[in-house]
Design a protein around this ligand. Structure first.
Ligand code: FES
Length: 86
């Protein structure tokens, strides 16, 4: 998933040319993104997919992901949980 790929490759997510997403406020500056280790128990891996064409190619979020997204800061129409996007 996007979150693991970013962590493993020490990728600075903001402004990357392929995915075009940003982390929600504060998470980018800390090690808290992915606090629940992808178990859908937090929203610290919130990402905003800036490329709507790419967003539309993603699988629909599950009800569990949507429930957690509702708790995310600055939720947008193209918000996803980074740990759920493959
Ligand atoms: Fe907690 Fe993604 S890391 S839901």
């Amino acid at each position: 998933n996007i979150l693991e790929a970013a962590h493993e490759n020490d990728i600075e997510l903001e402004g990357t040319p392929f995915f075009h997403f940003i982390l929600s406020f504060g998470l980018f500056l800390s090690n808290y993104s992915g606090a629940c280790e992808c178990s859908l128990a937090c929203s610290t891996c919130h990402v905003i997919v800036m490329d709507t064409e790419y967003y539309n190619k993603l699988e629909e979020p599950t009800d569990e992901e949507n429930d957690m997204l509702d708790l995310a800061f600055a939720l947008t129409e193209t918000s996803r949980l980074g740990c759920q996007v493959i």
